[in-house]
Design a protein around this ligand. Sequence first.
Ligand code: UDP
Ligand code: MG
Length: 325
Amino acid sequence: MPDKIFEQPSSISCVVPCLNEAANLGVLIPGLVAALSPLTQAFEIIVVDDGSTDATPDVLEALGRQHPQVVYVQLSRNFGKEAALSAGLEAARGQVVVTLDADLQHPPALIAPMLQRWQQGVDMVYAVRATREDESFFKRLGTKFFYRLMRTSGGLTVPENASDFRLMDRKVVDALLLLPERNRFMKGLFAWVGFKTEPYAYAPPQRLYGTTSFKPFKLFHFALDGLTSFTTWPLRLLSMSGICLSLLSFAYGLFIIVKYFLYGDPVQGWASLITVVLFFAGINLISIGVLGEYIARIFGEVKNRPLYLVRNQKGQGLGQRMSLT
Ligand code: UDP
Ligand code: MG
């Protein structure tokens, strides 16, 4: 490890997924150039345009002319942040790769202290929200619940409150690119690859311009993706509750039969009967739904479609690239 101390990385790639971030990019790119210049001799900023419908392509065109380090990768439509991140990681050529959001919630000034940890031998440094005070009570509650559910995934721990602001060594990026799955829940994949990983606490500032594209419904879907890609306990829970309920109903059946022979009670209780029938119908539907969630993911995987398609790519960055225009 000591051989790495104070060693400057030969090159750094920054990967920025963005969806309709025209206003923020004008501030972010010069900020990144200023933050990266003192850290290395060579760097590139890979901006993955995830199907923006605002002025993002024009803004990037102009910024690319000003800063030759900018590589613009335009996807053919909106594939989602996880796919955009994968596209950026695949395009990155640097010895060290940093992923960060375009909305300045991940301050470029933190790259220097994060890089210091890499220089001391850490393979991946991820920024962790020191607080969630800025978020609504329900979002905090939902997040807490989500991480609680993820924790039971047997062996693999997805760190709580970790952001997608990460600095990683080339070997971590290569490992991530080896993972073949289509459903890319990045926070889980980062945890799965392992390596020497360290949190870096920070207080996220507010989004500079615009609003978040992760509305509650999208977050719910995102959480389901995470749970179904990294845990199988919901399936086991279903079998366990099936066994428990069968045992209970067997016992209850015995009780009714014994009662009938002892007291000769006529069969009664339409209300309780319908309640039980409806209850079990509900349990059945929930079980089919949970199975369906897993099957839908299997369906997504077996189709084996590419994660994303590139429409346009400009700028050379650190390596020779094929220009698509
Ligand atoms: N983003 C993206 N594709 C999407 C949604 C978001 O590339 O489909 C980008 C977005 O432009 C931003 C980052 O992902 O750079 C984080 O998004 P956002 O700020 O909306 O999420 P939050 O900070 O609320 O988690
Ligand atoms: Mg944001």
